[in-house]
Design a protein around this ligand. Structure first.
Ligand SMILES: [Zn+2]
Length: 481
């Protein structure tokens, strides 16, 4: 999964004609430097059952070791770091040890997003890879990583940690302003090739390099097998299969088809039977043509899911401002559709979509969903709770940005519904917030159903949301320095 995300990010950068900055971090002796008291503290905060915590505490607290040399034993000495090599729990414990770093990066909204999904730090145990489309953001990520490693008493090897730029060309490289990156006071070197999770990531021809690598591995394996005495090619297949105890491909296909049949009939797949389709008996009696069947299935699935999405999103408090009347399967929502092919606009649409779906994290949302004690107050103005209404319409720290886009937005609406209607409806902050988040929810009650007009509002509010997001991030970084 971690490797797939990186390949997706690469494809995405190619399509958007943007540079993808990747930094592969090399943690020095990763598993050996896990500090026991920090680890036990983190485990404690995980709300795991007390007896499991107690077992871990027994395993790692007051641990001592001694050296066995030719039957003689040295004096014992305390061991205060390192998870047990080869232990089943060790990788899990290590993941808990560094999990907060990944959460911190995601919570600060720094790093790459694929659609609304965060993909800024693709990680498998100690193999961490930072991803971003922005050179400056990559430096901020490295700063976060450096601070975390110091707090957690481990070292990141600056010489072995490397940065790669993918999809760089003369046009997009002009937009970058940083040419060297650092981890604390040491610089991170730039290279054109690095390995992450056994896959080579490179600035150019990544696929060709990896395919060559795999072919060479396959060739080495084949030669190794051949040297043990391979059979001549004329040997009958049946003899080969019976010697190997293997089955032909056809049997493998049968195997899969029959397990699929079981999955379809299993009670946990009741959902599948809720989709309105003819029963198996009816199908056996009259089997439709493949084309006809595909059409029937597509229609039944689309109807089932658009109804289900509608009812699910009405239940979710985070989707309160999302207009759920216009969910049509196969039809892209205006938030994506109106974002043109211009790379910058797609990026803005991502921010907008995260606001629309409630996945954009403000202090109030963090406080609501976090187990810990997050302060819901706006970190910038400290005046009131930082919710979407505050962020989009009230926070005085973002007023400058807001004013720039507020005027054209107001004008577009007034041109359509008149000044009186504007005054009656949009003095209300909640209605104004709704206008910015998803204007389509106001169709019928306040706004006319005119798609050109609604798309204009969508595109102004997209720019507004993006600028507010950037401004908020800049101010938060400035305040934290
Ligand atoms: Zn504020």
């Amino acid at each position: 999964m971690a490797a797939l995300l990186i390949s997706e990010a690469h494809m995405n950068a190619k399509r958007m004609k943007e540079i993808l900055f990747l930094t592969a971090l090399h943690t020095q002796k990763a598993f050996d430097v896990v500090n026991h008291s920090i680890l036990l503290d983190k485990l404690f905060q995980k709300d795991i059952p007390p007896e499991i915590w107690e077992t871990n505490n027994e395993m790692y607290n007051d641990l001592t070791s001694r050296v066995n040399w030719k039957g003689q034993h040295s004096n014992s000495f305390p061991v205060q770091q390192g998870v047990r090599p080869g232990g089943i729990l060790s990788t899990h414990l290590y993941k808990i040890y560094i999990e907060d770093l990944l959460i911190q990066l995601e919570d600060s909204n720094i790093g790459l997003y694929l659609g609304t999904n965060y993909a800024g730090c693709s990680t498998c145990a100690d193999d961490i890879l930072l991803l971003s489309n922005s050179d400056e953001e990559m430096q901020v990520m490295l700063n976060v990583v450096d601070t975390y490693s110091k707090e957690h008493q481990y070292n990141i090897h600056p010489e072995k940690s490397v940065l790669i730029k993918q999809n760089e060309n003369s046009t997009n490289s002009r937009k970058t302003s940083i040419c060297s990156w650092s981890l604390g006071d040491r610089s991170v070197s730039e290279t054109d090739k690095a390995s992450h999770l056994g896959i080579i990531r490179s600035s150019k021809n990544e696929n060709i390099i990896n395919v060559k690598d795999r072919i060479s591995l396959a060739r080495r394996t084949t030669y190794l097998l051949m040297s043990t005495g391979a059979l001549p090619t004329r040997t009958a297949s049946v003899a080969v299969f019976s010697l190997l105890g293997a089955l032909p491909i056809e049997a493998e296909l049968h195997n899969r088809q029959l397990s699929l049949l079981h999955s379809i009939l299993a009670p946990e797949n009741q959902n599948l039977r809720d989709i309105f389709l003819p029963s198996i008996d009816e199908l056996l009696a009259i089997l439709p043509t493949k084309i006809k069947w595909k059409q029937t299935v597509r229609y039944a699935i689309n109807t089932f899911w658009s109804n289900k999405f509608g009812s699910l999103s009405r239940e979710k408090s985070t989707l309160i401002r999302l207009c759920t009347d216009t969910i049509n399967i196969g039809e892209i929502r205006p938030v994506w559709k109106t974002a043109t092919e211009i790379p910058g606009d797609t990026k803005k649409a991502i921010t907008k979509a995260r606001i629309l779906t409630g996945t954009y994290r403000l202090q109030a949302t963090k406080a609501k969903f976090n187990i810990g004690s997050t302060d819901p107050i706006c970190p910038l103005c400290k005046l009131e709770e930082e919710n979407f209404q505050h962020f989009l319409t009230r926070c005085p720290f973002l007023e400058g940005v807001r004013r720039t886009f507020y005027a054209p937005l107001k004008q577009a609406v007034i041109d359509k519904i008149g000044i009186d209607q504007w005054k009656t409806n949009f003095q209300n902050r909640e209605t104004l917030t709704q206008l910015i988040v998803d204007c389509r929810k106001l169709v019928g009650s306040t706004l006319p159903n005119d798609s050109n007009f609604l798309n204009t509002v969508e595109s102004i509010s997209r720019n507004l949301c993006d600028k507010l997001h950037q401004q908020r991030l800049t101010q938060i970084i400035a305040l934290s320095l």
